[in-house]
Ligand binder design. Sequence first.
Ligand code: PAF
Length: 280
Amino acid sequence: MTLIETVSELRAWRRSAGKVIFVPTMGALHEGHATLVKEARQMAGSSAQVAASIFVNPLQFGPNEDFDRYPRTLEADLALCEASGADMVFAPAVREVYQADRSIKILETSLSNVLCGASRPGHFDGVCTVVAKLFNLVQPDESVFGKKDYQQLAIIRRLVRDLDIPVIIHGIETVREVDGLAMSSRNRYLTPEERAQAPALRAALVTARDAWHSGVTCGNSLLALIHDHLATHAKLGREDYVALVDQQTLESLAQAQPRSLIALAVHFGKARLIDNIELE
Ligand code: PAF
């Protein structure tokens, strides 16, 4: 596996790389990321290249968010990428990606006004800007994103559609701990007591999906089931949002229908956990 840290080396690598499947990450990698790289490996087969990036993007962190304390674990991340089948990892410094006098960014004006975007102004503009830059740098044919960050996935799909970026986007199922907690780099912020309650997020979503399967379509009723479950089983948590939305537009829905999504975010001490479930 090749490690590349500069744009000029990356451009040289790209010239002879052929077809590329790309996994952008911010590092602090866990089994969820390993799955993304392995899926990319499978898509690439033996003829195409799997590229990953490790870059903690300052543009997507708010002033009171965890940019400085976001875990940086490059050596372990590289080992995980290699073991999962990556051919190349691009791990640039911030100054390599952003010029000091940069003056252009991408604004997303619709899908980012709800869910996580509502409480993280500018976050998805930062994500769109860095992903567009990474796509320009790596020039992948296809790219994979986890469904845990469902809003991000929907926005990236919109980004490539609206800017005619020729990259096929794949959404990959969320990888979970055995007790159902979605894997996240931020789980490490949980105290043992918070960690014990965190699986309630998944359990609450499954309760709502089971109700939908048994015929409940009223959005308020489904969301009430989730609020009740969290109130009982996640007492240390503080809800940010629980919402029933369309999977593509993220517009709020009064009635669940096929291709709906229930998404939630809950604060547990220093961690803000997100999860979601598709209603098909
Ligand atoms: O999901 C992430 O890790 C980041 O938001 C991404 C897509 C790598 C952009 O920085």
